[in-house]
Design a protein around this ligand. Structure first.
Ligand code: SME
Length: 160
C-alpha cells in the first residue's frame, strides 16, 4: 500500500493530533514490529524534522539500536548508561533540556542539544525506548511526553 503522510501545520498539539491517527492507520492490520517501528520513526521525523528519531530495543542487559531516522548512531547502550539506558533502568520518560548537563549522556551526534526518551512497554516491562534528539536546546516538554507516550502505547507487534 502506498503511504502518503499529510504534514500538519499549526501548534505542536495540532501537529501531534493530526499525526497520531495517521500513524495508527499506517500500522493497522500490520503485526510486524520492525515495520511498525520503522514507519513510526519515519512519520515522526517527517512531521517534526528532528535530528534523530528512533528506537533502541532491549536485548539482554543492553539496548540495541533498532529502526530509526537520522545520523548513524551508537549501536549498543548498557542498562543505566546515558539517557536511554537511564530511562530503561528507571522505567520512566526522561526530558533532557541540555544534553551537556546530563551526567553520562552518550553523544552519538555533536549536533544534538536536547533529548526526550520514552520507554516502550510490553507485558508490564520495558522492552525498548523511543529516543528523540533535537538540534535545538530545550526542545521537548510535558506535551511531547504525553503525545509520545501515546504513540508508543500502541505499537502492534511490540506491545499490542
Ligand atoms: N544520547 C543517547 C544515545 C542515543 S543517541 O542520541 C541516538 C543517550 O545518552 O542515551
Amino acid at each position: 500500500m502506498a503511504e502518503d503522510l499529510q504534514i500538519a501545520k499549526g501548534s505542536k498539539t495540532e501537529q501531534y493530533a493530526q499525526l497520531l491517527p495517521q500513524i495508527r492507520a499506517i500500522m493497522e492490520g500490520e503485526a510486524d514490529a520492525t515495520a511498525n517501528l520503522a514507519n513510526t520513526a519515519a512519520a515522526l521525523k517527517e512531521q517534526f524534522g528532528w535530528l534523530w528519531v528512533g528506537f533502541y530495543l532491549v536485548k539482554g542487559e543492553e539496548l540495541v539500536v533498532g529502526p530509526f531516522q537520522g545520523p548513524v548512531a551508537c549501536t549498543r547502550i548498557r542498562k543505566g548508561r546515558g539517557v536511554c539506558g537511564t530511562s530503561w533502568a528507571e522505567a520512566k520518560t526522561l526530558i533532557v533540556p541540555d544534553v551537556e548537563a546530563f551526567p553520562g549522556h552518550i553523544a552519538c551526534s555533536s549536533l544534538s542539544k536536547s533529548e526526550i526518551v520514552v520507554p516502550v512497554w510490553a507485558d508490564g516491562r520495558v522492552v525498548g525506548v523511543l529516543d528523540v534528539d533535537s538540534v535545538d536546546p530545550d526542545a521537548f516538554d510535558q506535551e511531547d511526553q504525553r503525545w509520545l507516550e501515546e504513540v508508543v502505547s500502541v505499537l502492534p507487534g511490540v506491545n499490542a
